[in-house]
Design a protein around this ligand. Structure first.
Ligand SMILES: [Zn+2]
Length: 308
């Protein structure tokens, strides 16, 4: 009887050891793939495994708990990785179309803040801080050559869970052949994916120009061409209230245009907390552009089921 118990015990230990090594094998590639955006979780996992190494594990239950915890961490890491990859994907019915706003009924006061021409030193991280304090996810349209210059800032934006769109490589107001447009757009999307893991299906043409070959190429490649319904005019040099500009044009389903890069954006940074507070006062919630489009789709579905 005693021998049988001992054998069973050694079987359990062997099983646990096998599970642990399997899990290590599973989590290792995840850790390797997720180099930048997963830092907090990796640090957490490391801290857990280090604290376990220091204390000898006194019984099997503790060991089981440690494994369960490890599984939980890798599941979280995987979910985060998938989240980052698909947070910039719009529903397929919007791909290849041009969007200025979403059609939402008045019950849902939702609005999307968008920031163009980054990543950019100082302003982008200041805006990230303001968004974080307010628990808001926004949408950033990046210029490829700025992302190449400031990759770490770009990684911070993606890791914070914001949606990312393509805003060409050079940000120029020219006429483009299909090859020229392909160079501007493909190169930018490749760099976004290479640095952040994000696959974007959103494109915003520089200056909002829709007839110079860029938007046509983007639509052909199934990007949603994302314009805006409210311009903060933060790019103009005249002194005016950016907050008033936004509030005057704000509406449910709206897309607000602001800038975090391409020049000195201290005015935008200064106005942003006030813009957020006043929109919130009017009952708005803040979502990314893909989320805004999902809300429109959901409302449509709800209306259809109500009619049946
Ligand atoms: Zn721009």
């Amino acid at each position: 009887m005693k021998r049988l118990l001992r054998r069973r015990k050694s079987l359990i230990i062997a099983f646990i050891a096998a599970t642990a090594s399997f899990l290590l094998g599973v989590t290792l590639p995840i850790n390797l793939r997720a180099n930048q955006p997963l830092e907090p979780i990796q640090a957490q996992a490391l801290a857990v495994s280090q604290s376990q190494e220091q204390k000898p594990i006194s019984n099997i239950n503790q060991f089981k708990q440690a494994i369960a915890h490890r599984v939980e961490l890798s599941q979280q890491a995987l979910a985060q990785l998938q989240g980052i990859r698909f947070q910039s994907t719009v529903l397929s019915q919007f791909q290849g179309t041009t969007i200025r706003e979403a059609k939402l009924d008045s019950q849902h006061k939702a609005i999307a803040l968008t920031f163009d021409d980054g990543p950019w030193p100082t302003a982008t991280t200041q805006i990230l801080d303001i968004l974080k304090e307010n628990n808001i996810k926004a949408t950033f349209f990046w210029v490829g050559r700025y992302l190449q210059t400031y990759p770490e800032i770009g990684k911070q934006v993606a890791a914070a869970g914001h949606a990312i769109g393509n805003h060409t490589w050079n940000h120029e107001y020219l006429k483009y052949s299909e090859e020229g447009a392909a160079r501007e757009i493909d190169r930018t999307s490749s760099l976004i994916e290479e640095l952040t893991g994000v696959q974007t299906s959103m494109f915003r043409p520089p200056g909002g120009i829709l007839n110079n070959g860029l938007a046509a190429y983007a639509q052909k490649k199934n990007y949603a061409v994302v314009m805006w319904s409210a311009d903060s005019f933060d790019w103009r040099t005249i002194t005016e209230s950016l907050t008033d500009n936004v509030m005057r044009q704000a509406k449910s389903g709206g897309i607000v245009l602001m800038h975090d890069g391409g020049g000195n954006r201290s005015r935008t940074v200064k106005a942003l907390p006030d813009i957020i507070a006043r929109l919130r006062n009017e009952g708005y919630i803040f979502v990314t552009v893909p989320e805004l489009l999902q809300m429109q789709e959901q409302e449509l579905k709800n209306q259809e089921t109500a009619q049946k």
